[in-house]
Design a binder for this molecule. Structure first.
Ligand code: PHE
Length: 505
C-alpha cells in the first residue's frame, strides 16, 4: 500500500491505462483549484507515474456582433430576403432604400461573391442559387450560430457537434468582428506503466500538511506527515481584479508627471466663449479653424459672458491694429458678438490662457488636462472628442531651450525613447514647433504643438515676460504607451484588451 497526498491519490484513481483525460474536465468535476490539480499532476509525472500532454489549440469566442448575427442572420442574408420580397431585383440606386441602410457596399460585395445575386444592367438580381440559399444555412452561419450557443469553444468541440469548422472559417474569411480566436494550451494526463503498477499494488490517500505548526514540531508528528511541496513552475489561474481604464491611468500619469515637475493644475469650462478659445489667442475671427465645419458651436444659448471690458477691448484692439503691442494686428474690424459665441472648446489652450489672464505674474508653471472637441471624421488617429494636455511657463528667463527641455523630459517620462522638434506655425506662438516622440513599432508620432506666445497674446493680458506654451493629445500618449496603432481602440469596450493592458511598463 502506497500512501499518496490526497489530490495525487484522486488523480491516479481517476485514470485508467491508455485513456488520456483532460485536465480541464478533472478540475471541473473535482471542484478543486486548477493550480492544485496541476501541482499534483506535475508531482506524479516527476515520479514517472503519469504523463502530461500539452496541446496548443485554437479557441473561438463569440462577440457581441457575432451574437447579433446569430439572432438576426448575416446582413447579406437579410438583404437577399429583402430583394426577393421586392420581386427578386432592385436597381442599384434604390438599394439603400430597399435595404434600409445608407451604406450597402458590404451587402453587395457578399451577395455577388456568394453568387446569390448578379449585376444585370444597373440592377442587382437574385439568382437561383440565391433563392435556394434562403432556406439553407451556409457553413458560415452554422459556425456562428453554434459558437453563439456555446459562447466559447475549441474547434474539435465544434466539430464533435457536427460543425464543419474548416468550411465555416473559410466562408467567414474577410469578415471581422463576429468572433475572436485565441491560442490556449489544453492539457491532458495519462497513466504510465509504472503508474498502473503502483495502482495495482494498492494506493491510499494521506492527509497533506500545507503548514508546519509549533504543534507538529513539539509532538514530533512532523516526522510522519506528508508535506505539500512548493512548485514554482506551476501555472496558476490569472487573477483579473478591477482596475482603472488605461486611458484614465495615462491621464493620471500625465497629471503626476507635471505635478512632479512643479506645475500647478487649472481647469476651465468645456463649453467656453470663442473669446477664450480663439480671440485671446490672437486667432483672427476669419481663421478657418473657427468655421462651423471645424468647430462645434452651441445653438442654445448662442452666446456667453465675456470678462472685464478693459481686457476684451485690449484684445479686440490688438486684433485690429496691434493696440499697444507694436504689432500691426490682423487689420480687420473685430466683432465682440463673434467673441461671445459659445463653442465646445477645440483645445485646452483656452484653460492655460485663462490662467495667464487671471494671474500673469511670473514665475508660474501651469497645466490643464481636459476634454476637447473638433468636427473630425473618426479614423485611425482622429476622434471628434478627445483629451488634451496644455501647459505654460511664465518666466523672465524662459526660452526655446527650456521649452524643448521641459517637453523632452515630459515625453521621456511618458515612455518615449526619443523626442524631436520641427518648426511649425500657430497664430499665437512665434517661434512654433511640433513635437515628435519615438516609440518602438510606431516610429515617430506627432505629440503636440508648442511655442513662445506672441506679444499680441501676452501683452493685452498684462504679461510682459516670455510665456512658453504647448498642447497635445493625451490619446496619442496612451497609444504610445500601449503600442496601439488605432486611437479607437481606447474607446471600444474590448474586454480582453482591457484585462490584459499592463498597469505599468
Ligand atoms: N492648441 C494647439 C493644438 O491644439 C497646440 C498648441 C498649444 C500650440 C500651445 C502652441 C502653443 O494643436
Amino acid at each position: 500500500m502506497t500512501r499518496l497526498p490526497e489530490i495525487e491519490y484522486k488523480l491516479l484513481s481517476a485514470l485508467a491505462p491508455g485513456v488520456p483525460v483532460g485536465v480541464e474536465g478533472l478540475v471541473k468535476e473535482s471542484g478543486l483549484d486548477q493550480s492544485l490539480v496541476m501541482a499534483a499532476a506535475r508531482s506524479l509525472s516527476d515520479r514517472g507515474l503519469i504523463e502530461i500532454h500539452e496541446q496548443v489549440r485554437e479557441e473561438y469566442a463569440i462577440t457581441e456582433q457575432g451574437l447579433k448575427v446569430s439572432r438576426e442572420g448575416l446582413p447579406e442574408k437579410r438583404a437577399l430576403q429583402a430583394i426577393i420580397d421586392q420581386g427578386g431585383e432592385v436597381a442599384f440606386q434604390d438599394l439603400p432604400a430597399s435595404l434600409g441602410r445608407e451604406d450597402v457596399r458590404a451587402e453587395v460585395k457578399w451577395l455577388t461573391k456568394k453568387g446569390w445575386c448578379s449585376r444585370v444592367a444597373g440592377r442587382l438580381v437574385a439568382t437561383d442559387k440565391g433563392r435556394a440559399a434562403l432556406s439553407d444555412a451556409g457553413p458560415d452561419e452554422v459556425f456562428v450560430c453554434r459558437l453563439a450557443q456555446m459562447g466559447r469553444a475549441f474547434s474539435d468541440d465544434l466539430a464533435s457537434l457536427g460543425t464543419d469548422v474548416e468550411a465555416g472559417l473559410a466562408a467567414l474569411k474577410g469578415r471581422s468582428g463576429l468572433f475572436k480566436r485565441k491560442q490556449r494550451t489544453a492539457r491532458s494526463i495519462s497513466l504510465t506503466d509504472a503508474g498502473s503498477r503502483l495502482k495495482n499494488e494498492g494506493i491510499e490517500p494521506a492527509q497533506e500538511v500545507t503548514q508546519l505548526t509549533p504543534e507538529l514540531i513539539v509532538s514530533g508528528e512532523w516526522r510522519d506527515v506528508a508535506f505539500k511541496e512548493y512548485d514554482p513552475r506551476l501555472e496558476t489561474a490569472v487573477l483579473q481584479p478591477g482596475k482603472a481604464h488605461p486611458l484614465q491611468r495615462v491621464i493620471q500619469q500625465t497629471r503626476r508627471a507635471f505635478l512632479e515637475m512643479g506645475f500647478e493644475e487649472v481647469e476651465s469650462p468645456t463649453v467656453d466663449t470663442a473669446f477664450w478659445v480663439f480671440d485671446a489667442l490672437f486667432q483672427p475671427q476669419d481663421h478657418p479653424a473657427r468655421e462651423m465645419q471645424d468647430t462645434f458651436y452651441v445653438a442654445d444659448p448662442e452666446r456667453g459672458l465675456l470678462p472685464a471690458d478693459e481686457l476684451v477691448q485690449s484684445v479686440g484692439r490688438t486684433h485690429e491694429d496691434g493696440g499697444d503691442t507694436g504689432s500691426t494686428g490682423w487689420r480687420y474690424k473685430w466683432s465682440r458678438a463673434k467673441a461671445e459665441k459659445l463653442v465646445l472648446r477645440t483645445h485646452t489652450t483656452a484653460a492655460t490662457i485663462r490662467a495667464l489672464a487671471q494671474d500673469p505674474k511670473p514665475p508660474r508653471k501651469v497645466f490643464s488636462i481636459g476634454r476637447t472637441f473638433r468636427r473630425e471624421n473618426v479614423d485611425q488617429t482622429h476622434l471628434p472628442e478627445f483629451i488634451q494636455i496644455d501647459g505654460i511657463i511664465i518666466d523672465q528667463r524662459a526660452d526655446l531651450a527650456s521649452l524643448f527641455g521641459t517637453l523632452a523630459e515630459f515625453y521621456r517620462k511618458m515612455g518615449a525613447e526619443d523626442v524631436r522638434f520641427r518648426p511649425s506655425f500657430f497664430p499665437y506662438t512665434e517661434p512654433s514647433a511640433e513635437v515628435f516622440a519615438k516609440l518602438g513599432s510606431l516610429g515617430w508620432v506627432e505629440m503636440c504643438g508648442s511655442g513662445v506666445f506672441r506679444p499680441e497674446v501676452t501683452e493685452p493680458l498684462g504679461c510682459d515676460v516670455p510665456v512658453l506654451a504647448w498642447g497635445g493629445g493625451v490619446e496619442r500618449i496612451a497609444m504610445m504607451r500601449f503600442g496601439l496603432d488605432d486611437i479607437r481602440k481606447l474607446y471600444l469596450s474590448d474586454i480582453d484588451w482591457l484585462k490584459e493592458a499592463a498597469l505599468c511598463r
